[in-house]
Design a protein around this ligand. Structure first.
Ligand SMILES: Nc1nc2c(ncn2[C@@H]2O[C@H](COP(=O)(O)OP(=O)(O)OP(=O)(O)O)[C@@H](O)[C@H]2O)c(=O)[nH]1
Ligand SMILES: [Zn+2]
Length: 312
């Protein structure tokens, strides 16, 4: 706790807190004793997000965020127009997919690149194992991701839940702060409610505190796992279109583990892996090597998109 040195003898001292929910410009901050208080940012340019450690000061029955502490990690997207920060200080990102609706590999690939670039470990889970043959087909489509070393876990969260599969996921969440992302309908709410049985009640309390009861589904929230190890999950609405404009096209391959394995092996040191002769990555495309052809297509598409963005 820092002593107040600002003007006005009546001003409250600043306190440490954790941002546990955000809705628009309103934030919910958890005090060290677990109390939650609605806070506003000080000034237009300050952007605190869920997971941020902040200094805040009570002001009436609300609070003002005075400062955002340095972030260990930050996950954001950047498109042509703006930058949007999803969450701060997360250890891993859980990309939740399901047998249905059919997932977009393009979105998956982008989310993984964004996570790796941010220094955050990704984790993939495929839900609805009971939905066949869609599950097996989706599982097969994920083969390139398993081959490049990503962790892919099966899940069955629905009416006939498989507890052993859930336990395997819980093991990976233990003691860590995990941001959960997934498209509508994959079972994200079901998962959060299984992991944090009091999540619904918590959501209601948060909504009341924020006075935004009508918008409960459009908010990012932090839920303690109560695992005795400081673990938490952050539920973030929607599957974000990951704009990757903050990544240089030449750096893309570095954040794709199947490509990175061949780094430095191309004939030209500045090979873009698109049409140059002697490209080690193109030589490693299936059936000659282990790289799935659609990964190269995704790469070229992204490379062109990022190059075009930089030419503007
Ligand atoms: N068959 C089957 N259905 C499941 C499974 N897990 C969840 N569901 C169902 O899938 C539907 C969507 O689940 P939700 O948890 O609401 O999905 P969500 O990702 O939160 O979707 P939004 O609320 O739209 O963001 C629900 O009808 C669930 O009961 C599963 O393992 N198998
Ligand atoms: Zn190359």
């Amino acid at each position: 706790m820092t002593a107040d040195r600002g003007p006005g003898a009546a001003a409250a001292a600043t306190r440490d807190g954790l941002v546990v929910a955000s809705y628009g410009r309103h934030l919910l901050v958890e005090d060290n004793d677990g109390t939650r208080i609605r806070c506003h940012p000080r000034g237009k340019r300050q952007e605190a997000v869920v997971g941020d450690r902040v200094h805040w000061r009570a002001s009436g029955d609300e609070g003002v965020i005075e400062a955002v502490q340095p972030r260990r990690t930050v996950l954001f997207r950047q498109d042509a127009v703006r930058t949007k920060v999803f969450a701060a200080n997360v250890d891993q990102v859980l990309v939740l997919l399901a047998a249905e609706p059919v997932y977009s590999e393009r979105q998956l690939a982008r989310a993984l690149i964004a996570a790796r670039h941010a220094g955050i470990e990704p984790l993939i889970a495929l839900n609805k194992r009971d939905v066949q043959p869609a599950f097996d087909e989706a599982w097969a489509r994920l083969a390139p991701y398993r081959a490049m070393g990503e962790t892919v876990l099966p899940l069955q969260l629905g009416d006939a839940p498989d507890e052993a599969l859930l336990a395997a996921l819980q093991q990976r969440l233990h003691g860590r702060v995990t941001l959960v992302i997934g498209a509508s309908g994959v079972g994200k709410s079901t998962l959060v409610n299984r992991l944090v049985p009091e999540a619904q009640a918590q959501t209601q309390r948060i909504s009341q505190a924020l006075g935004t009861g009508r918008h409960t589904t459009t908010r990012t929230s932090w839920y303690w796992l109560r695992d005795g190890a400081g673990g938490a999950v952050i539920d973030s609405p929607g599957f974000h279109e990951f704009g990757l404009h903050h990544i240089a096209p030449e750096a893309l391959a570095h954040w794709m583990p199947d490509f990175a394995a061949y780094q430095g092996q191309c004939r030209f040191h500045n090979c873009t892996h698109r049409q140059e002769p002697g490209c080690a990555i193109r030589a490693a495309l299936a059936p000659h090597g282990p790289i799935a052809p659609q990964r190269w297509q995704l790469y070229v598409e992204l490379y062109d998109e990022l190059s075009a963005a930089r030419a503007h």
